[in-house]
Design a protein around this ligand. Structure first.
Ligand SMILES: [Zn+2]
Length: 293
């Protein structure tokens, strides 16, 4: 991301939140401006074009990366991590083996200290997946199985629960790790590419699906965000990670109107670039890289 964009995002953040609660460290001229939530939970839906990636920074500075975009976004991912001064990732989650989610993860692992990594129990015979396994093996990391029922140890002020996949599926999208992150009275539901079959099983499991912010499943495809699921989540904000003019028609018009009808304010990577959400445990403040609507 060009520096002026980062700078602009800073201005937007300042305008929205006021300086008093936002720490802005500016390195010497020419270096990157760093935006870091202080005592707050920051969830960034990184603009990786057509693909998924969320970077989370906890109130005490712990880090988590969920997915890393496609293969051609490797350098972009490394640039993002540098921009946010992240040298260590406490938790890495590869939601499922599709290239638009794990493509950039091999290089991230090569160049970052990783504490723990979670992936669902489904493999793929792609070069992308093999390359990721090589990077994991080179770093002598042990993959922990992503599945419903796990509670992840991250930051004592933040609850991280894995609520999907709640069953075993042949379809890789449905095997997506689904994570619910709760800080105070605010919560974030990050769904990877989970489709309606997985959504149905999550509802059936009886887990509390309600969330302030929904990371919309499968780039806003109509395979996901079924009405019954959306009603359970009942989000105030919905973030869609899809690329400009993608070949899949994401996000689908049906889903956009469904979200609107449900009262969710929609933000999109393709229109607004990276979307940053900061929670103080009570309120969520949103800023976007671009103004686009
Ligand atoms: Zn995807």
């Amino acid at each position: 991301m060009a520096q002026w964009k980062v700078w602009m995002m800073g201005l937007v953040l300042l305008a929205m939140t006021g300086c008093s609660i936002m720490t802005m460290d500016t390195e010497s001229a020419g270096a990157t401006t760093i935006l870091r939530a202080d005592g707050k939970l920051q969830v960034l839906f990184l603009d990786v074009g057509q693909g998924g990636s969320q970077l989370l920074i906890s109130p005490s500075g712990k880090t988590m990366l969920i997915d890393a975009g496609n293969n051609d976004k490797e350098q972009m991912m490394l640039d993002y991590l540098q921009q946010y001064q992240i040298k260590k990732l406490d938790i890495v989650i590869g939601t499922h083996p599709d290239a638009d989610h794990i493509g950039g993860l091999d290089k991230v692992i090569d160049h970052t200290i990783v504490d723990s990594i979670y992936m669902p129990k489904i493999s793929s015979n792609t070069r992308t997946f093999e390359s990721l396994l090589e990077s994991i093996s080179n770093k002598k990391l042990k993959v922990q199985t992503a599945k419903a029922g796990l509670s992840l140890d991250w930051d004592k002020a933040v609850q991280v629960e894995m609520i999907g996949p709640a069953a075993v599926y042949d379809n890789a999208n449905n095997m997506s790790a689904v994570v619910k992150i709760t800080y105070g009275t605010t919560s974030f539901l990050l769904t990877g590419d989970a489709e309606s079959a997985s959504e149905k099983d999550m509802i059936k499991s009886g887990v509390d699906l309600s969330a302030t912010v929904l990371g919309v499943g499968h780039h806003g495809s109509k395979t996901s965000t079924s009405l019954s699921f959306l009603n359970k989540v009942n989000p105030q904000y919905a973030i869609i990670q899809s690329g400009k003019d993608n070949n899949y028609g994401h996000p689908d018009e049906t889903i956009l109107s469904r979200l609107k009808k449900a009262g969710a304010v929609v933000y999109r990577n393709d229109l607004q670039g990276t979307v940053s959400l900061v929670s103080d445990g009570t309120n969520v403040t949103i800023s976007t890289e671009r103004k686009g609507k």
